[in-house]
Write a protein that binds this ligand. Structure first.
Ligand code: NAG
Ligand code: NAG
Ligand code: NAG
Ligand code: NAG
Length: 506
């Protein structure tokens, strides 16, 4: 065994030395360096050589490890060493077609084992220590890779690639998204996938979703098909969960925190976690019922479909079935009746489906994180500013720019931690109508979906336009007041404000 390891170590040390001899001391230097990074084309021939050396070394590793017993697999080991070589050539940019095409099917693009950047690589004279980090990535496997190999016959691998198990055959939206989401966690990032119904194979997986008839987080088993399964998301959501809902319930906060780069404990992560659970994916009916249906939201909709729960209140019948929603699009990726259903083909299609659900999921998450949530902050700021400058009672809120305010307002009114926004306080909001260059006064509705207002604009002004309105209201420049009194317009901000102020007194 020691001989084999020596065979492995020597070429790697030689490799590290040759890369350092062509540049500056590897640690520290970054953008200011005049030396091209390791990924420049000039180093390409050398990197090809490295690949050859290391893959020779790799092939000896499985011999060592398999003798250690348990469920270690040779492909996994060869992958992690191979990825290291990739970092040398590409500067650690993550995935590369090289790694995935020339290694086994279990190859991953997982981040490399990198040493801390403060390790002194040796510079001019000596070779960098194994694991030393250059400006552009690691020079070699970190010390732990070697040390653990030397330490114990069982070989602890610091970056073992995990395996997710799910069922084979026809796939659905829920496990496709579940697998995608798991791969957004630090534990299962770049995990490989086994699609099977064979319990013996599933037992070798690190986590199993949508198959196995067990839900037990402590064992990382997440099926929802078994009799007696009743798990719901909670927080006001009572729909039974699909495997996507289950994974989202347990891993969603981490996934969101990773994506938005905030600590899991940040309250924004929690807000997004609840929000994305509800995001709309089904918009299938004509415009009039669309508003009602939009209360059904993303994962909840997936859960509902997967559990066979009707998405529609029973008295509303869809005129036609929308075949472009996410579940339908995932379903359509399954093999056609006359296409091959061999495991390799279907597994490939599943990966496509998983990527599709992931794109949709991250798209929604990004929208809620980067557009929806900032609007919430702006609303809070506008309420404070309006209390100072417009209306101390908080009944009129002025937005200097349009923003989606309604849903936030109701949620913030219900949130006791936001002292500035009291339930029922806001009566009118004023905002610019960017397309027409006018300003609008909108009456706050009783509920987000209601057409009834807390205090509609005065009856005597309703249905009037222009001159007529200016005369009736005594406010020049009036544009219109809607017949139902929920919205009105004026050419200027001041005019709109006057409408609101006057309406409050009537
Ligand atoms: C691997 O990378 C090298 C250098 O970047 C490139 O020339 C070669 O075509 C790649 N091989 C594969 C199989 O992608
Ligand atoms: C699923 O996998 C099992 C074994 O794991 C196999 O017997 C079965 O034929 C596969 N089913 C489909 C539909 O591919
Ligand atoms: C069908 O639903 C999708 C998303 O769920 C939506 O984007 C699309 O506009 C809908 N199509 C029709 C015709 O309603
Ligand atoms: C499936 O059947 C249709 C109709 O016969 C044919 O046009 C199509 O090429 C077939 N597809 C495959 C993959 O065999």
């Amino acid at each position: 065994m020691n001989i084999l390891l020596a065979v492995l170590l020597l070429p790697l040390l030689a490799l590290a030395q040759s890369s350092s001899s062509s540049g500056n001391a590897p640690s520290g230097s970054s953008s200011g360096s005049s030396q091209p990074p390791a990924s420049s084309s000039s180093s390409a021939p050398a990197s090809t050589a490295f690949t050859t050396i290391v893959s020779t070394a790799i092939s000896s590793i499985p011999t060592i490890i398999v003798s250690g017993g348990n469920r270690v697999e040779t492909t996994i080991v060869s992958t992690s060493v191979f990825s290291t070589v990739e970092a040398i050539t590409t500067g650690g940019s993550g995935s590369s077609s090289n790694a995935s095409t020339s290694s086994s099917s279990s190859t991953s693009s997982s981040p490399l084992p990198t040493a801390p950047t403060n390790v002194n690589g040796g510079g001019q004279g000596g070779a960098p220590f194994p694991g030393a980090s250059g400006a552009n990535g690691a020079f070699g496997p970190d010390d732990g890779t070697f040390m653990s190999a030397l330490d114990s016959p069982e070989v602890k691998r610091p970056k073992m690639i995990k395996t997710i198990g799910t069922h084979n055959g026809t796939f659905h939206c829920d496990e496709a998204l579940a697998v995608f989401m798991l791969r957004q966690t630090s534990t299962y990032r770049d995990a490989q996938l086994k699609r099977t119904r064979d319990p013996a194979v599933l037992a070798t997986c690190d986590i199993v979703v949508d198959v196995g008839a067990v839900y037990d987080e402590s064992k990382q088993l997440f099926d929802h098909h078994q009799r007696g399964f009743t798990e719901v998301f909670g927080h006001g959501f009572e729909t039974k969960l699909s495997s996507a809902g289950l994974v989202y319930k347990h891993f969603g906060q981490e996934i969101i925190a990773n994506r938005v780069q905030l600590p899991v404990s940040d309250s924004k992560v929690n807000v997004l976690w609840l929000k994305v659970y509800k995001v709309v994916i089904i918009v299938c009916l004509d415009v009039s019922s669309q508003l009602k249906l939009s209360a059904k939201e993303f994962i909840e909709a997936i859960d509902a479909i997967d559990n066979g729960i009707s998405q529609y209140p029973t008295d509303i019948k869809p005129r036609y079935r929308n075949r472009t929603d996410l579940s339908s699009r995932v379903g359509a990726l399954n093999p056609w009746w006359n296409q091959s259903t061999d495991a390799q083909t279907v597994d490939g299609l599943f990966e496509k489906a998983s990527a599709l659900t992931g794109q949709e999921f991250l798209g929604k998450l990004d929208y809620y994180a980067n557009a929806w949530l900032p609007a919430r902050d702006l609303l809070i700021a506008s309420v404070s500013a309006s209390k100072k400058a417009v209306d101390p009672s908080g009944k009129i809120i002025l937005f200097e720019q349009f923003l989606p305010w309604k849903e936030h307002l109701f949620e913030l009114e219900a949130d006791e931690s936001v002292a500035d926004i009291q339930p029922g306080q806001a009566i009118y909001v004023i905002y610019p109508d960017e397309t027409a260059g006018n300003w609008r006064v909108q009456a706050v509705p009783l509920t987000p979906e209601s057409f009834e207002s807390r205090k509609a604009l005065p009856e005597v002004w309703r249905g009037l336009r222009d001159e007529e309105l200016s005369k009736a209201s005594g406010i020049d420049g009036g544009i219109f007041i809607h017949a139902s009194g929920f919205i009105g317009g004026n050419k200027t901000k001041e005019g709109a404000l006057k409408i609101a102020q006057k309406a409050l007194e009537m």
